[in-house]
Design a binder for this molecule. Sequence first.
Ligand code: ADP
Length: 220
Amino acid sequence: MLLQGKNIFKTYGNLKVLKGIHIDILEGEIVSIIGPSGAGKTTLLHILGTLEKADERKDYYLSIDGIPINHQSSKQLAQFRNQSLGFVFQFHGLLPEFTALENVSFPALIHGVSKKKAKKLAMELLEKLNIQNQAHQKPNTLSGGEQQRVAVARALINHPKLVLADEPTGNLDSDNADALHELFFDIRNQFGCCFVIVTHNQKLAKQADKIITLKDGQIV
Ligand code: ADP
């Protein structure tokens, strides 16, 4: 079991966004999360990615790769995220003053990989995503789709156990969306990592090993 979550609740003020989610993800599984807008999909993804905390409860439990993370400190969590998780979010969060190649390299450098090796790994990923020619450009000179692919490369460089993606194909035309799906499956087959993908893309959702439908903060 790669991820195990029990009794995930999330409340903002009076608003109950998640109302008791139980979720299990097996090693190497690709899981899609679908459901209407406002159902709590992004909130759940952020909690699974340790970016947000679920409500404190006695019966709440979350573990990833066998490590219980519901009680870890923010410092421990930051290290855990760098080592074990990859994120592909809509607002790419690329650093504007650095090139695509540098943006992709950073998580590897933080992880302790040498500059030369990080650059090589980053270039290989950019090639796989067919944006090697844009490697030395800064994000604001790239199209939305190209920025998205840079963000994907950055998410994958440390070979995370779990990749969390929020509408990864949102900015892509159908050819690039198909290529990205293929890449997710390739990466899974090659490295055995899991993907949890929030998506409105029916085709991507259906290709997943498991589909989770959220409605009103609950799995239906
Ligand atoms: P989805 O991804 O399914 O569209 P979200 O998880 O983004 O849904 O949001 C679910 C609900 O939680 C929405 O009503 C949203 O307004 C609310 N919400 C999300 N984040 C916050 C926050 N930081 N503070 C208050 N309400 C929030």
